[in-house]
Ligand binder design. Structure first.
Ligand code: NCD
Length: 324
C-alpha cells in the first residue's frame, strides 16, 4: 500500500452498507461482494417480473457528472428511477458552479440538501473521497479521473461470475491502456480478493501503475507483457480497454498507441472456446464489430448488469433491500 493509499480514509463496508459512501473497491471484503450480488440477483429478478419497484419512492438521487458519460450516467438514472426515486442531474462542468470557481466540497454540500444520495463522476483522482468527506449523504463514485471506478468493477465481477459460473482459478488478461483506465485499476484490486491470475498486456508506457501492482504483490500472481499472443491461449477473461485519449498531453503519443491492439475474429480463433471478452465501453477500434456476433462477447451483458448492480448499491446505502 502506498502512503497515499494508507492515508485514504475510506470506510470499510464490513457487512453494512447503510449510510456509507462507495469510493473504492478497497472498502470491500469478499463477503460484502457476496451480499451485494445477492441483492443484485433480486434486482434483476424484480426487473424481469415487474420492471419497477417503489423501494426508494420517497428518495431523490443527484447525479453529478463532470466528465463525459453515456452508460454510467444513464444506468444510475435508470437504476434510481426503476426503484421509484426521483433524480436531479447535471452533466458537464460548463453549466455548473464549478466553472465559476466553486469548490467541489460546496457543490456536494449543496446537492446533499436536495438529495439523499449523490453519484459523482469527476476528472480528478481522489475527488470522490474528497466529496465523501464533505458530504452528509452517501456518495457513489462513478469514476474519479484515472483513479477508480468501483461500480464498474463490481458489475464486471458480477458478469464474470454469471458467465463462467465462478471466479476462483481464472486467468484474467487486461489489455490496452492500463495506465489511465480506471476500470482496470478497480477490477484488479477487486479480483485480488479471489484466487486468480492476472496478465497485463500493454505497451510499456501504458503499463498498470506500480502502486497498484505493488499493493497486490503476495495476494495474486501478476505478469506483464506487450504481446497478447503470449497469453491468449491460457486466458479465461480478456478485458479490453480503450486508449484514454483525454489523459494524453501529447497527441502524437496518443496516435502512437491508438490501435496498438485490435481484437478481431482472427484473434478470437486463438482463444479458448469458453473465454469471455469484456470491455467497459465505449470502444473506439480495439474490438472489431465482427466480434459482437461471437457468443463469447459479453460487453453488452455488462451494460445490463450495470443497472442491476447500481440498483442494489443505491438500495443498500439507503439501508433498504428489495427483499424487505
Ligand atoms: C469507462 C470510464 O468512463 O472509465 N466507461 C464506463 O464508465 N463504462 C471506460 C472508458 O471511458 O474507456
Amino acid at each position: 500500500m502506498t502512503d497515499a493509499e494508507a492515508a485514504m480514509d475510506i470506510e470499510p463496508i464490513a457487512g453494512d452498507f447503510a449510510g456509507k459512501s462507495i469510493i473504492s473497491v478497497r472498502q470491500f471484503e469478499s463477503q460484502d461482494v457476496e451480499s451485494l450480488f445477492v441483492e443484485t440477483d433480486q434486482m434483476a429478478a424484480m426487473v424481469g417480473e415487474s420492471g419497477c419497484s417503489r423501494l426508494l419512492d420517497d428518495q431523490v438521487v443527484a447525479n453529478l457528472f463532470y466528465q463525459p458519460s453515456t452508460r454510467t450516467f444513464l444506468s444510475f438514472e435508470a437504476a434510481a428511477q426503476r426503484l421509484g426515486a426521483r433524480t436531479v442531474s447535471t452533466q458537464g462542468v460548463e453549466f455548473s458552479s464549478l466553472s465559476k470557481g466553486e469548490t467541489l466540497e460546496d457543490t456536494i454540500r449543496t446537492a446533499g440538501q436536495y438529495a439523499g444520495a449523490i453519484t459523482l463522476r469527476h476528472p480528478d483522482e481522489g475527488s470522490a473521497e474528497r466529496a465523501a468527506r464533505a458530504s452528509t449523504v452517501p456518495i457513489i463514485n462513478g469514476g474519479d479521473g484515472p483513479g477508480e471506478h468501483p461500480t464498474q468493477a463490481l458489475l464486471d465481477l458480477y458478469t464474470i461470475r454469471e458467465s463462467l459460473g465462478g471466479i476462483d482459478n481464472l486467468t484474467i488478461t487486461m489489455l490496452g491502456d492500463l495506465k489511465y483506465s480506471r476500470t482496470v485499476h478497480s477490477l484488479a484490486r477487486l479480483l485480488a480478493l479471489y484466487d486468480i491470475r492476472l496478465h497485463y498486456v500493454s505497451p510499456e508506457q501504458l503499463a498498470m501503475p506500480q502502486h497498484i501492482t505493488d499493493s497486490l504483490t503476495g495476494t495474486v500472481e501478476q505478469a506483464a507483457t506487450a504481446e497478447l499472443s503470449e497469453v491468449l491461449a491460457e486466458t479465461d477473461v480478456l478485458y479490453v480497454t480503450r486508449v484514454q485519449q483525454e489523459y494524453f498531453t501529447d497527441p502524437e503519443e496518443y496516435a502512437r498507441h491508438k490501435g496498438a491492439y485490435v481484437v478481431d475474429e482472427k484473434v478470437m480463433e486463438g482463444a479458448k472456446q469458453d473465454m469471455i471478452v469484456m470491455h467497459p465501453l465505449p470502444r473506439v477500434d480495439e474490438i472489431h464489430p465482427g466480434v459482437d456476433r461471437d457468443p463469447r462477447a459479453v460487453y453488452f451483458k455488462q451494460v445490463e448488469n450495470g443497472m442491476f448492480i447500481r440498483m442494489a448499491l443505491l438500495a443498500l446505502v439507503k439501508g433498504r433491500s428489495i427483499t424487505d
